[in-house]
Design a protein. Structure first.
Length: 211
């Protein structure tokens, strides 16, 4: 036992649907592998909104440091993150909006940078957001989408990396928009290169199928 704050659960969350998803995921992954004749990789995708509203966490400080300078604004930036929990491979794309156009644009970039094809297929798990509803003819070859049950962020491994992304701008004053974007970009670059092992440790849930 340990003392911790429990994450609130939406009243519409369906535990049976979550259990079914966990049981079906290995089967869906096998089906994709058989369809393409090559072992499919498993990625998860999610989006995170950041902006000029300050992000503050508890931190150590000197007794005289009781206040902190902030710069409040109302402009937003979205991080579209694609993560492979088994390896820690992650791809980040910063966009000004969350919509179908931005999702399709990031999807095309992800397919290119992750070398996805019919010879290297990927099963991509996304939530049920409207932005993720793309036509089958617009779906890149070698990429298959699978949807999480409604109201189930606890099944989304990518949720675990947002605090890591926030570290680039939390508890500090971002003097202007360009500085904030640059700090987030540098953090994402670090996660994609040196931080893969940390991402793997955060996202490799025990129930995920091993690829």
């Amino acid at each position: 036992m340990r003392c911790r704050r429990r994450r609130p659960m939406h009243y519409k969350s369906d535990e049976e649907a979550k259990t079914d998803f966990i049981e079906e995921l290995p089967e869906i992954l096998d089906e994709v592998s058989k369809r393409y004749g090559s072992e499919a990789r498993l990625f998860f995708e999610d989006e995170h909104r950041m902006g000029q509203q300050p992000i503050q966490y508890k931190c150590w400080s000197l007794p005289e440091e009781t206040t902190q300078q902030i710069n409040i604004g109302y402009k937003w930036l979205w991080d579209y993150a694609f993560v492979e929990p088994n390896t820690g491979e992650n791809h980040h794309y910063l966009m000004p909006h969350l919509n179908k156009i931005s999702f399709k644009a990031t999807l095309d970039l992800f397919v290119k940078e992750a070398n996805i094809s019919k010879d290297r297929p990927v099963l991509l798990v996304v939530d049920g957001a409207t932005a993720h509803n793309i036509h089958s003819e617009d779906q890149p070859e070698g990429l298959e989408l699978f949807t999480l049950p409604p109201y189930s962020p606890d099944l989304q491994p990518v949720e675990r990396i947002w605090k890591l992304v926030n570290q680039s701008i939390s508890n500090r004053c971002n003097p202007d928009w360009e500085v904030m974007v640059e700090r987030i970009s540098e953090q994402c670059k670090w996660m994609m290169n040196e931080g893969k092992d940390m991402v793997r440790r955060l996202t490799s849930f025990h129930w995920l199928p091993t690829v």
